[in-house]
Every structure is written in structure tokens, then in C-alpha cells.
Design a protein around this ligand. Sequence first.
Ligand code: NAI
Ligand SMILES: CC/C=C\C[C@H](O)/C=C/C=C\C=C\C=C\C(=O)[C@@H](O)C/C=C\CCC(=O)O
Length: 260
Amino acid sequence: MKISGKVALITGGAGGLGKAFAAALLRAKAKAVCLVDISSRGKEVAEDLRLQYPPSQVDFYHCDVMNYDLFKGAFDFVQKRFGAIDIVCNNAGMAASDHNVSGSIRTLRLNLEAVYFGTKLGMDYMDKESGRGGVIINVASMAAFLPLMGSMCYNASKAGVVALTKSAGVPEQYEMTGVRVNALCPSFTETPLLDTSSGLREMIAQLPNHPIMSPEYVAEGFQQLVENEELCGAVMRVTPQKGIEIVPNRRKDRNSSSKL
Ligand SMILES: NC(=O)C1=CN([C@@H]2O[C@H](COP(=O)(O)OP(=O)(O)OC[C@H]3O[C@@H](n4cnc5c(N)ncnc54)[C@H](O)[C@@H]3O)[C@@H](O)[C@H]2O)C=CC1
Ligand SMILES: CC/C=C\C[C@H](O)/C=C/C=C\C=C\C=C\C(=O)[C@@H](O)C/C=C\CCC(=O)O
């Protein structure tokens, strides 16, 4: 998809990766980006980006994406304001350690349930019937493949996002909807999330040859998932060791008459 002139909605847009994704779209001349976040910091982030990237429009919509009706309100807002939605990024996320039961349940709800809401809403608003097609990027993590110790629900939520994205992105579905759905799985990235878990930075520092990546580098992968029309149901890993790579899709090796 050519980004120039397009309209995007990014959840968790007040945070590290969300802001970098927004900036990447704005540099590629998106018409408008709406940052959807529960933190009112999003207002300043939107203002900052608006000043940096005229004449693109940047809005902030305050919303808890774990509430389906409130999240739908964000889609209605963007649809009404700009006439269409082309790009949805389900990025809002959190992590909690295993001994924090309520935090772990919240992690599952935000990282997986709300990504289901955003994927369903993205399809409803962008499919060929109500919209003009589009692309959804769901932010998972390398934790989907290599679990972060002591964070069962974080790891499970991210593995769930990968499975959800593959289901939503099967080619047969794309033919009906015109909406591509892809997953982005970064390794450790320099954002405020790294400071929410005690001892994490020390643990990362002990990993051999494992620098923490910049949000701007991960945003390069994000931009490829948006732009490359070939990618649907794709899972992209972004790591300091191997760079930006698409995880091979086993489905392609199967007999074409198989539905699995
Ligand atoms: N930083 C890292 O090392 C990595 C992060 N990720 C994923 O990237 C995504 C973005 O995280 P970061 O930018 O790193 O963290 P962050 O903490 O900077 O950003 C998360 C954003 O989500 C927002 N948010 C939290 N609860 C919300 C809710 N209920 N409704 C709406 N917004 C809500 C926060 O206010 C914040 O702005 C997350 O899904 C995270 O799991 C994936 C791999 C690595
Ligand atoms: C508090 C939350 C903190 C961090 C969030 C983040 O999403 C968690 C990540 C968890 C695990 C990351 C593992 C990363 C591994 C690597 O980047 C590389 O070691 C992987 C490179 C190659 C793997 C070998 C292979 O399978 O090919």
C-alpha cells in the first residue's frame, strides 16, 4: 500500500513504538494519523508530531481499548473526521510478572482481547463493503517464540496475537475483505515498557551480542508490513542478530487443495 494520502489509527500511540510507527507513516506523507491511548500523554505526542510533519493531521483520541464500545468510538471518530480508514495498528500493550495475578489477567485482556477487538473493528470499517480495503498490523513480540522468564501471560498473549493474525490473514479471507493482516514481533526495544519489569534491563545486558533496538529500526519493519502488498497473514521478526525477516509460512508448502 502506498502510504501517501492514507489515514491511520494506532493504539498505544502515546508510547515508544506507537509514536515511532506514527512518525514513519507521517514521513511517508500519510494524510492523517490518530493516536488512540488511555494515557493523556497522547495529546502532547500528537501535538509534537503535528508540528513536525505538516500538513499531515495528527489527532489524539483518549480511550481504553479493552472496552469494545469505547474502542469502536475511536473508529467512528476517525471515519467521520477523515472519511475513511486505511491502516490500523494494534500496538497498545503491557507486561506483568507471574506473581501479579490481576496484572497478568489485564495483560491477557489488553495484549490479546483488545487486539481481537481492533482486528475485528479494522475489518468491519475497512473491508470492501464498508471501506476501500486496508491493512492491519498487530504488534506481538519475540516473546511469542522465546518466552520471557516470569511473564507467562505476556508470552501467551503474544503467541495468541501471532495465531490470531495468521487466522485473520488467510488469503481466502483477504480475497473477500481486501484487508491484509500482519504481525510484527520485535525483540527488546528502547521504550518505557522495559522499565516496568524490575531487573529486566540487567537481564538484557547479560545476553551476549544483544543490544536493545531503537523504535525507529522496528518502525522500518512496520513500514514494510504496511507497504508490501504481498504480505498477508505474515509474521515478521525484528531482532538485532538477524534484522528484519519474515517467518516462513508452513501453509505455502502444503497441498493447495488443503484447507489447513
Ligand atoms: N519495548 C519492547 O521491548 C517491546 C515491545 N513490544 C510491544 O510493543 C507494543 C508497544 O509497547 P512499547 O511502545 O514498548 O511500550 P509503551 O509502554 O511505551 O507503550 C504502550 C502504550 O500502550 C498504552 N496503553 C496501555 N493500556 C492501554 C489501554 N487500556 N488502552 C489504550 N492504550 C493503552 C500506554 O499508555 C502506552 O502509551 C506492546 O504491545 C509491547 O508488548 C514488543 C516487543 C518488544
Ligand atoms: C517487560 C516486557 C519486556 C519486553 C517485551 C518484549 O516483548 C519481550 C521479549 C521477549 C523475548 C525476546 C527474545 C529475543 C530474542 C532475540 O532477539 C534473539 O536472540 C533471537 C535471534 C535469533 C533466534 C534464533 C532463531 O530462532 O533463529
